[in-house]
Design a protein around this ligand. Structure first.
Ligand SMILES: [Zn+2]
Ligand SMILES: [Zn+2]
Length: 178
């Protein structure tokens, strides 16, 4: 069960890494993911700010292959609980460090840099659980003990209300950097 859980976690993060990267690189997908990045203050709730399309597409691309590969129900359910709690953890405003383990297991500092507004932090740290995936694919960024000075989207004007955020990806808007 433990081995299956770790296998699901690894498979999920490889899928998550690439789906997340596409959400940053394909313009029409960017608008869905911009809702998640519109949080200007990072705290434990920030992980729940997700457009339904972003959430549904990413989760389906993880769960369907896991189901088809024949993993047991218990580790699958355990992973669903784990990923929800881990999302709270990596968005939380918790300033601690795990030594060299922070290269193995995602911490708040690792994911906060994914949300950082500084140019050096753009399109970095796509993995959700395993930072070494970003090291392998050349997108790792975690400068010592430093944390981002500010958070948010740098090229999208995402509205504030829930309904407007839901509609936002479906309407044509002018990008600030065009
Ligand atoms: Zn992102
Ligand atoms: Zn996030």
């Amino acid at each position: 069960m433990v081995l299956q859980f770790l296998e699901i976690m690894f498979l999920a993060d490889v899928v998550q890494y690439w789906v997340h990267r596409l959400f940053h690189q394909i313009p029409w997908l960017c608008k869905f993911h911009a809702v998640h990045h519109s949080a200007e203050v990072m705290d434990w709730m920030a992980g729940n700010r997700l457009h339904l399309v972003d959430l549904a597409l990413t989760r389906r691309l993880i769960y369907i292959p896991s189901f088809v590969l024949g993993f047991d129900e218990f580790p699958m359910h355990a992973y669903i609980v784990f990923v929800s709690l881990h999302s709270v953890f990596i968005h939380a405003n918790l300033g601690f460090h795990l030594g060299w383990w922070r290269h193995v297991f995602a911490t708040p500092q690792f994911h906060h840099w994914h949300h950082g507004e500084e140019a050096v932090a753009i399109d970095k740290n796509f993995a959700v659980h395993f930072p070494f995936l970003d090291m392998i694919f050349g997108t790792f960024f975690m400068p010592g003990q430093r944390w981002p000075a500010s958070y948010g989207v740098h090229n999208e004007a995402v509205p504030h209300s829930f309904l407007k955020q839901f509609v936002y990806p479906f309407v044509k808007t002018n990008r600030n950097d065009d």
